[in-house]
Design a protein around this ligand. Structure first.
Ligand SMILES: [Zn+2]
Length: 306
């Protein structure tokens, strides 16, 4: 009698365990991304089969995010993580460590480095030192600003979701295909809207604009920062004022989170406009997904360069 009830008890425990395992296998894949832009890409491809959260609020400068306790909890319970790679998000490694998830370290199976397959701009031809102020030692990591690169990133995310959830391969493939086709159509519209931008020159606060400029055929080689990560100096502003004397510059561009005074003062002196170009999905109202983010940015620059 005792043996029988113990067996019944064990059977009960195993049933609960297997129901839980079954539930875990069928529940949405829990994904944490560094940025809201990537969370939107994951959602476009995974739809209801993924539960996605991003760590960096688009209101803040992505180079210097302070992760919150909820970010640590989200990473601790995640199945997959997605990040920029290179050295844009220096806070990401410490966050993974704080969450105790060394299995998410770069190069590991459940970790998607979106820089894979991207043509990186400004790869230095000599070693740089962070001591001199540079914050990007491996080339420009702001590749999300070119919508063509969103296609490469979507491909990387698709491969990872297929690996992690083989039962839904065709579902993810169909969603990715639909997203790419929508993006391709928009890319045509954006290029047409900004066809007059090609060949024009702008000045940017940080080098976060280069991929965006590259996409539209705009020249962006001068920055308010004398070096990436070093705030504008009077000397740099004087240099820029002299630089534009022989050129036509209609726009000084920057995202929302840098101080605006240097850009405004320069723009006033050279007769240009300060233009907001968002660097992350959701940075301003109406930019909540990748498509509306580029819609906004390209409309803004197109207007300014007319
Ligand atoms: Zn940067």
């Amino acid at each position: 009698m005792f043996i029988r009830s113990r067996n019944l008890f064990l059977l009960g425990v195993f049933s609960i365990l297997s129901v839980n395992l079954l539930y875990a296998a069928q529940g949405p894949l829990k994904v944490v991304t560094t940025q809201a832009y990537y969370a939107n890409l994951v959602k476009e491809i995974g739809k209801e089969k993924v539960d996605v959260k991003s760590a960096a609020s688009p209101k803040y400068n992505v180079h210097f995010i302070q992760p919150k306790p909820s970010d640590i909890r989200n990473v601790a319970h995640a199945d997959l993580v997605v990040y920029t790679g290179m050295d844009l998000e220096e806070w990401w490694g410490p966050l993974l460590e704080a969450a105790g998830r060394t299995d998410f370290f770069p190069g590991r199976e459940k970790s998607a480095d979106l820089s894979r397959g991207i043509r990186i701009l400004k790869v230095p031809d000599h070693p740089l030192s962070r001591a001199e102020g540079d914050i990007h030692l491996f080339g420009n990591p702001h590749y999300l600003m070119n919508p063509e690169n969103a296609k490469v990133m979507a491909g990387t995310i698709l491969e990872k979701l297929k690996e992690m959830d083989p039962a839904n391969v065709s579902y993810y493939e169909e969603n990715e295909k639909a997203f790419i086709s929508r993006l391709d159509q928009k890319i045509g519209e954006w290029k047409a809207l900004c066809s007059h931008c090609t060949g024009q020159e702008i000045i940017s606060y940080h080098e976060d604009i280069e991929y965006f400029a590259d996409f539209l055929g705009i020249k962006a080689e001068q920055f308010l920062e004398p070096k990436p990560g070093v705030p504008p100096t009077p000397k740099q502003l004087q240099f820029l004022e002299n630089y534009v004397k022989t050129r036509s510059i209609k726009a000084v561009v920057m995202p929302t989170y840098f101080p605006k005074d240097a850009a405004e003062s320069l723009a006033k002196r050279i007769g240009a406009k300060v233009v907001t170009v968002c660097q992350n999905v959701g940075e301003l109202p109406g930019t909540e997904d990748v498509i509306s983010f580029f819609d906004y940015n390209i409309k803004e620059i197109s207007e300014a360069l007319k």
